[in-house]
Ligand binder design. Structure first.
Ligand code: IPM
Ligand code: MG
Length: 355
């Protein structure tokens, strides 16, 4: 039976990068004898235009029936009017909540051939291999909001259970890696962070005494990510801190366009999306970097479809092409060759077929 994969390209460069990831998945299916059934749906601004809702009922049904979901990006100036009733981003948050994907895995690994694309010095980038585990369905993103002409509020809340399940997943990931966890909070100011830290201290001591645990305040963590990125293994943090720190961390790798993510729940259903946004400034020009989305598709093969070997082959193909010097402009460097979004996809597919 074919595995049903929900495909939600969304807005802006979302459609362009998802198209390349689908070509890669098709190449994997053809070469290794798998059957994927892609079902496309609307989300974000495209869904608002077509249906009036950012996360339409049809899309809700589609993702419920899918084994995994691949998403591009949402948002754009067309839907950014502060007075608008529907925002594309809310569609994405509703999707994450509907799928119950509370843990967002964002791997950040540097590659020597991309050092020149990073603003940091090469000696800082050597051996950087971090997994940021971002809580994805709680915190300030999902709290009550209020707004009058002259005041506004966003509330942040977390329960012990929400914190514990995220920390446990982070600890299990660390056990497969270098056995170090950095928990990031703002416990000197925020009550939610004080709960976070006390739950973390207790849980790691009780259930994961074999792990090295460090607690950092988020402002310090932002600095340490640049001053000693090689010291981090697994970072566990709440929703908004994880959002901000991973944009920062993408500059270690060289570009937002390179970073994939997997959003997981406790079953093997998952949502896979690059960490970047819809990039309206370059949308429609065929120059977006599809690697983050293609690497997200590889994470889907691994985590939702149980195809570890195929996932690794896709990752190898992406980095073989990047190492060979083919570059979209976000990762261009002296001596590399420029290519388009589709050109990058072509080269990765060719590499897979040659492997
Ligand atoms: C991300 C994005 C989203 C987020 C936006 C588009 C709502 O920045 O996935 O990191 O903040 O979660
Ligand atoms: Mg973000």
């Amino acid at each position: 039976m074919a595995a049903v994969i929900g495909v939600l390209p969304g807005d802006g460069i979302g459609t362009e990068v998802v198209a390349e990831a689908l070509r890669v998945l098709e190449a994997v299916a053809a070469r290794y004898g798998h059957r994927f059934e892609f079902r496309r749906g609307l989300i974000g601004g495209a869904a608002i235009d077509a249906t009036g809702a950012a996360f339409p009922e049809e899309t809700r049904r589609l993702v419920r029936d899918a084994r995994a979901v691949l998403l591009g990006a949402v948002g754009g100036p067309k839907w950014s009017d502060p007075a608008a009733k529907q925002r594309p981003e809310q569609g994405l948050l509703d999707l994450r909540a509907a799928m119950g994907v509370y843990a967002n895995v964002r791997p950040v690994r540097t590659h020597e051939s991309l050092y020149a694309a990073s603003p940091l010095r090469p000696e800082r980038l050597k051996g950087v291999d971090i997994v940021v585990l971002r809580e994805l369905t709680g915190g300030i993103y999902f709290g009550a909001k209020s707004r009058t002409a002259d005041s506004a509020s966003d509330s942040c809340s977390y329960t012990r259970a929400e914190i514990e399940r995220l920390l446990r997943m982070g600890a299990r990931i660390a056990r497969q890696r270098r056995r170090k966890v950095t928990s990031v909070d703002k416990a000197n100011v925020l009550e939610t962070s004080r709960l976070w830290r006390s739950v973390a201290i207790e849980l790691f001591a009780r259930e994961f005494p074999d792990l090295a645990v460090e607690h950092l305040l988020v402002d310090a963590a932002a600095m340490h990510l640049l001053s000693r990125p090689g010291d981090f293994d697994v970072i566990v943090t709440e929703n908004m801190f994880g959002d901000i720190l991973t944009d920062e961390a993408s500059m270690l790798v060289g570009s937002m366009g390179m970073l994939p993510s997997a959003s997981l729940n406790d079953s093997n259903g998952g949502l896979y999306e690059p960490i970047h946004g819809s990039a309206p400034d370059i949308a429609g020009r065929g120059i977006a970097n599809p690697c983050g989305t293609i690497l997200s598709a590889a994470m889907m093969l691994r985590h939702s479809l149980g195809l570890e070997r195929e996932a690794a082959l896709v990752e190898d193909a992406v980095f073989a092409v990047v190492d060979a010097g083919l570059r979209t402009r976000d990762i261009a460097a002296p001596g590399t060759r420029d290519c388009t979004t589709a050109g990058m996809g072509d080269a990765i597919v060719a590499r897979l077929n040659a492997g």
